[in-house]
Design a protein around this ligand. Sequence first.
Ligand SMILES: Cc1ncc(COP(=O)(O)O)c(C=O)c1O
Length: 385
Amino acid sequence: MSTAKTTYDIPFGRPWIEDADRAAVMRVLEGHILTHGPECKGFEDEFVGMMGGGHAASTSSCMASLHLAWMDLGVGPGDEVIVPAMTHAATVHAVALTGATPIFVDCLPGSGNMHVDAIKAAVTPKTKGIGIVHYVGIPCDMPAIMAFADAAGLPVVEDCAIAIGSRIDGTHVGLFGHVGCFSFYPVKHITTCEGGMIVSKNADTVARIAKFRAFSVDRTHSERKVPGIYDVADIGMNYRMSEMQGALGRVQITKIPEILKRRKANFEALKAGLEGLGRIRVIDDPDPRFVNTHYCLVAVLEGDLAPKRDDIIMALQAMGVGTSVYYPHPVARLTAYKKRYGYVDGTFPNAETIADEAIALPVGPHLNTKDMADIVRAFKAVTTD
Ligand SMILES: Cc1ncc(COP(=O)(O)O)c(C=O)c1O
């Protein structure tokens, strides 16, 4: 591996915060409404506008949204819920917290997403739901998954944590299943520092979940005839978003078209450059109906590069090229799940290949196509003996 002297300043992710974002947060702090207010309501309405339909409730994180979704569906001990092996722990924790058993399914090697046939094969009489993830912003084949799920009477929860802008035939992901859950963690497409959104095409579903989100109190402040008097109809959580986050989200959402444009241009430039080097396979879905939202570029190393993945990551880091791994383990291999269910290497071969032999490279709006050429140059330098 060569030790080229050239260095770059290419972080994996960088939140896009400008004066307008800071001013929006300050305006909240200069007022008196810090939560339960018009900023979160405005953000929810504008999020629905960006998606082109549905209803939305802001939350404290994507994982909180996922947890609310499974609580709303009433899954619990004795039930099984199908989840992808190749995802963030949050997707699975949200199921496990209800007491239900996650049933892991391997991904396709090309897109990182679950195929409907693999989902079908995992269904048992105990299955009570299907949790899907749009892997790094590449949409799952929702028409096929929903056709199966509807016929089987199984609700689908879409984890859209890093899929803002992902669409199938024009429909935004999150609007196919029972609900969709989004993340606004700092390196995501847009940020509210921490934060999430739960969406559904069904207004009643969102209204019910909005109550779960706030202790399951049965009426809002404005709905209380006598101040302070309310009832609690169920056992709920406090998973609300603050007004500062809502205000920040409303400025962030205006940047989405530009963010998606830059990400696409960067992704395409980087993909072409890396594929030209050989021994690298880029995860993507070539079907034009499935709009990839380009959260990052996952490069699977092949041949003699595959076993050197961690060394290549460290060499890129030494040259100032930030990378990540999406995701570093099939979730079933993480200690928390291995302890409960055991794990045999080779159980999820496609997820294991991505976890052990792939590198996630940056394509965010803080970078341009010259940075992509620099990443390719750095990659070439660290992989040429
Ligand atoms: C697929 C997926 N789901 C959920 C999460 C968790 O999101 P949050 O930090 O908003 O809870 C992540 C975080 O990266 C993710 O990648």
